[in-house]
Design a protein around this ligand. Structure first.
Ligand code: ATR
Length: 298
């Protein structure tokens, strides 16, 4: 599948008479696979809709979103760097968007803009689809930025036994522990630094290690090889939230015999959730996210 459809670039609802128009907003946005994914869902469930790309200027999200919805746009996905702007733009937030501290899905209902966050649910569904057991699991979450915060709520819903947040700077990880400690209840939530992971006395291995840092964008791993030797065993599963390449983090896990996954499945699954919010939950049986994922990988 390629992203060569020039119509992706058009998002003005006035150009699409009789067709419901959606868009993904980000900067940059040309790389986004969301138009392809939603086009496949629309095809599978026979929906007459157009889904395009929107690239607001940095600082120009609210104006772009305002114009899009005023012109008749039905819904919008929001990606880097506008998820906080989208949260501020929404009139009403779902509880999970409040908890995530960010919004990736907007829509209009009763003249109000609603904001939700489907990232965490997307991650959990992808993990479950790959056969990962989350109930009772020991989970290590690397990173304490927006991507990490967005997935914590849905991960806790799966009742892991233990969840450790490891971050380069301890203040952000401590902050997340404060925010989520009530939700964690008996789930044993704690924060450590990335350096702490190098200490074999303090660190055990994990069933699941999720890389929610931005390190892969700079071709780096957030963890040293020494830390990798402590946290990965052959039964571990390493999940990289980025997609499209085997990152250094994934290579470290593979070297320790762990199984790995990139984040393409999470992208498809979070899109499926947004699609169903917009077009109706009744279409859940009509769309097939795993088939779309297989197509993207082919
Ligand atoms: P996002 O919304 O993608 O999570 P963010 O809020 O800027 O972006 O957070 C980026 C995360 O990646 C942070 O946890 C950051 O660690 P710090 O809080 O210590 O800055 C982490 N990060 C970025 N580059 C990293 C690197 N090279 N090594 C380790 N952690 C890194």
């Amino acid at each position: 599948m390629t992203s060569s459809n020039p119509m992706d670039l058009y998002t003005d609802p006035k150009l699409f008479s009789g067709v419901d128009v959606y868009a993904v907003a980000g900067n940059p946005i040309s790389h986004s696979k969301s138009p392809l994914i939603h086009a496949q869902f629309a095809l599978q469930s026979h929906q007459n809709m157009h889904y395009g790309r929107l690239q607001p200027d940095l600082g120009g999200f609210a104006k772009a979103a305002q114009d899009f919805f005023a012109a008749g746009g039905k819904g919008m996905n929001v990606t880097v760097p506008f998820k906080l702007d989208a949260q501020a733009f929404a009139d009403v937030l779902t509880p999970r968007a409040q908890l995530a501290g960010a919004v990736n899905t907007l829509w209009i209902s009763d003249n109000k803009v609603y904001g939700d966050n489907t990232d965490g649910a997307g991650l959990v569904r992808d993990l479950l689809a790959q056969g990962i057991t989350l109930k009772g699991a020991r989970i290590l979450l690397l990173g304490a930025g927006g991507a990490a915060r967005g997935v914590l709520g849905p991960l806790f819903e799966q009742s892991p036994q233990h969840l450790v947040i490891a971050n380069r700077s301890s203040s952000k990880a401590n902050e997340l522990v404060k925010i989520f400690s009530k939700l964690a209840q008996g789930n044993n939530l704690e924060s450590v630094t990335l350096e702490d992971l190098e200490d074999a006395e303090k660190t055990a291995s994990f069933d699941l290690v999720i890389n929610a840092t931005a390190a892969g964008l700079d071709n780096e791993s957030p963890i040293s090889n020494k830390a990798a030797a402590n946290i990965f065993v052959p039964g571990s599963f390493a999940y990289e939230m980025l997609y499209g390449k085997t990152t250094s983090f994934m290579q470290q896990a593979l070297q320790k015999g762990a199984r790995v996954s990139d984040g393409l499945g999470m992208l498809v699954e979070q899109a499926a959730d947004a699609f169903l919010i917009w077009r109706g939950e009744a279409l859940a049986t009509a769309i097939n996210p795993r088939a779309v994922l297989a197509q993207l990988r082919s």
